[in-house]
Design a protein around this ligand. Structure first.
Ligand code: MLT
Length: 238
């Protein structure tokens, strides 16, 4: 029977066996949510990078460059990382280079640690993701991007939602998987209330973010896409 594990911070990834496994990257506020919106809009591919500086280099290759640092859009970039920005129909057919504080770094960690497949998870594509995971053969690691290697609430809540949906098809010998599912089951009817109390939601208030990204990122199944890393780009696998 396949194993299902939850990693609550990229800092813990070295303590897990990643080689040959499917790694689901989770960054609910907001990188993986925004990536799902981008593919729903019709973006062709997404290149994820670890720094805004690297990202900027791709402007000359006709990439749309998107970056945020500490939740704030990096000056001089075409986009920040609000999912609302990725709804723009002008992005259809475009290639995006994306760098974020935690999410794109988590992707790099998963690559460096030998993941077989790297896919993107958010509430926006949860059923599409779970259906795909159920039809694969390999063990699965749900990797929470967290905040600068610290635990964050929303990513682990999402991991718990996935464990709750597909856990009966897996062997679960992982307390973080058990804990994340318990956290989700106790709060599934008040996700917005809970996530609005999260540290990242508070950061949005501090920077006077003028869009309700929390409400946007907890919508269920509004972006039925499956971003998967193929060679060096994320493509929609649906
Ligand atoms: C992250 O990488 O943690 C997020 O993308 C940050 C954000 O978009 O506010």
């Amino acid at each position: 029977m396949r194993n299902l594990e939850v990693v609550i911070s990229p800092a813990l990834l070295p303590f897990y066996n990643v080689k040959g496994k499917i790694v689901v990257i989770i960054d609910i506020l907001r990188a993986t949510s925004s990536m799902c919106v981008a593919f729903k809009t019709g973006v062709e591919k997404i290149l994820t990078l670890s720094s805004a500086e690297e990202c900027k280099l791709f402007k000359e290759f006709n990439f749309v460059i998107a970056a945020e640092k500490d939740a704030v859009k990096v000056p001089g970039f075409d986009l920040g990382n609000s999912p609302f920005e990725f709804e723009n129909p002008l992005l259809e057919g475009k290639s995006i280079a994306l760098a974020t504080t935690n999410g794109t770094k988590a992707i790099k960690y998963a690559e460096e640690n030998g993941a077989l497949n790297i896919v993107i998870g958010s509430f926006l594509n949860i059923d599409t993701l779970c259906d795909w995971l159920n039809n694969e053969q390999e063990d699965v690691l749900l990797l929470c991007a967290g905040w600068k290697n610290k635990f964050n609430l929303e990513d682990t809540l999402f991991a718990g939602a996935v464990v709750n949906k597909i856990g009966t098809n897996f062997k679960i010998d992982c307390d973080s998987a058990l804990s994340s599912e318990l956290l989700y089951k106790q709060n599934e009817n008040q996700l917005e209330l809970l996530i609005r109390q999260s540290s990242h939601a508070k950061r949005f208030s501090l920077i006077h973010l003028n869009t309700d990204d929390v409400k946007y990122c907890i919508q269920m199944n509004t972006a039925p896409v499956l971003p998967i890393l193929k060679d060096k780009y994320f493509l929609n696998n649906i």
